[in-house]
Design a protein. Structure first.
Length: 87
Protein backbone atom coordinates (compact mmCIF):
# COMPACT_ATOMS: atom_id res chain seq x y z
CA UNK A 1 0.00 0.00 0.00
CA UNK A 2 2.75 2.41 -0.95
CA UNK A 3 2.00 2.98 -4.61
CA UNK A 4 1.66 6.15 -6.66
CA UNK A 5 -2.00 6.54 -5.60
CA UNK A 6 -1.11 6.59 -1.91
CA UNK A 7 1.80 8.98 -2.46
CA UNK A 8 -0.48 11.33 -4.42
CA UNK A 9 -3.09 11.12 -1.67
CA UNK A 10 -0.56 11.75 1.11
CA UNK A 11 1.13 14.67 -0.65
CA UNK A 12 -2.18 16.11 -1.80
CA UNK A 13 -3.55 15.99 1.73
CA UNK A 14 -0.56 17.96 3.01
CA UNK A 15 -0.87 20.56 0.25
CA UNK A 16 -4.66 20.89 0.66
CA UNK A 17 -4.38 21.30 4.43
CA UNK A 18 -1.72 23.96 3.90
CA UNK A 19 -3.92 25.88 1.43
CA UNK A 20 -6.83 25.90 3.86
CA UNK A 21 -4.68 26.72 6.91
CA UNK A 22 -2.86 29.63 5.23
CA UNK A 23 -6.16 31.53 5.09
CA UNK A 24 -5.18 33.44 1.95
CA UNK A 25 -8.78 33.98 0.90
CA UNK A 26 -11.88 32.07 -0.04
CA UNK A 27 -10.74 31.13 -3.53
CA UNK A 28 -7.47 29.55 -2.41
CA UNK A 29 -9.16 27.75 0.49
CA UNK A 30 -11.81 26.56 -1.98
CA UNK A 31 -9.15 25.08 -4.24
CA UNK A 32 -7.72 23.40 -1.15
CA UNK A 33 -11.11 21.73 -0.71
CA UNK A 34 -11.08 20.67 -4.38
CA UNK A 35 -7.73 18.98 -3.76
CA UNK A 36 -9.15 17.41 -0.57
CA UNK A 37 -11.98 15.93 -2.71
CA UNK A 38 -9.45 14.39 -5.10
CA UNK A 39 -7.33 12.90 -2.34
CA UNK A 40 -10.41 11.59 -0.50
CA UNK A 41 -11.38 9.74 -3.68
CA UNK A 42 -7.81 8.44 -3.96
CA UNK A 43 -7.87 7.16 -0.38
CA UNK A 44 -11.24 5.49 -1.01
CA UNK A 45 -9.90 3.71 -4.11
CA UNK A 46 -6.77 2.69 -2.21
CA UNK A 47 -8.83 1.45 0.73
CA UNK A 48 -11.06 -0.65 -1.51
CA UNK A 49 -8.06 -2.09 -3.38
CA UNK A 50 -6.33 -3.00 -0.12
CA UNK A 51 -9.36 -4.15 1.90
CA UNK A 52 -8.87 -1.27 4.34
CA UNK A 53 -12.52 -0.51 4.90
CA UNK A 54 -11.94 1.81 7.85
CA UNK A 55 -10.01 4.02 5.41
CA UNK A 56 -12.93 3.84 2.97
CA UNK A 57 -15.47 4.84 5.63
CA UNK A 58 -13.28 7.65 6.98
CA UNK A 59 -12.63 9.15 3.58
CA UNK A 60 -16.23 8.67 2.49
CA UNK A 61 -17.22 10.93 5.37
CA UNK A 62 -14.39 13.35 4.60
CA UNK A 63 -15.46 13.42 0.95
CA UNK A 64 -18.89 14.71 1.99
CA UNK A 65 -17.29 17.36 4.24
CA UNK A 66 -14.89 18.40 1.49
CA UNK A 67 -17.66 18.63 -1.11
CA UNK A 68 -19.49 20.92 1.32
CA UNK A 69 -16.30 23.02 1.53
CA UNK A 70 -16.14 23.28 -2.28
CA UNK A 71 -19.77 24.38 -2.32
CA UNK A 72 -19.29 26.98 0.44
CA UNK A 73 -16.01 28.44 -0.81
CA UNK A 74 -16.30 28.22 -4.61
CA UNK A 75 -19.77 27.39 -5.90
CA UNK A 76 -22.36 29.00 -3.63
CA UNK A 77 -23.73 32.00 -5.58
CA UNK A 78 -24.69 33.85 -2.37
CA UNK A 79 -21.11 33.63 -1.05
CA UNK A 80 -19.68 34.84 -4.34
CA UNK A 81 -21.97 37.87 -4.23
CA UNK A 82 -20.93 38.60 -0.63
CA UNK A 83 -17.26 38.43 -1.65
CA UNK A 84 -17.83 41.00 -4.42
CA UNK A 85 -19.42 43.41 -1.94
CA UNK A 86 -16.75 42.98 0.75
CA UNK A 87 -14.62 46.03 1.47
Amino acid sequence: MDGILEWFAAGGTIIAATLVALDLGRRIAGWGFVLFVLVSISWIVSGIANDAFSLVIQNGALLVVNLWGVWRYLLNPQRRQLDKNAP
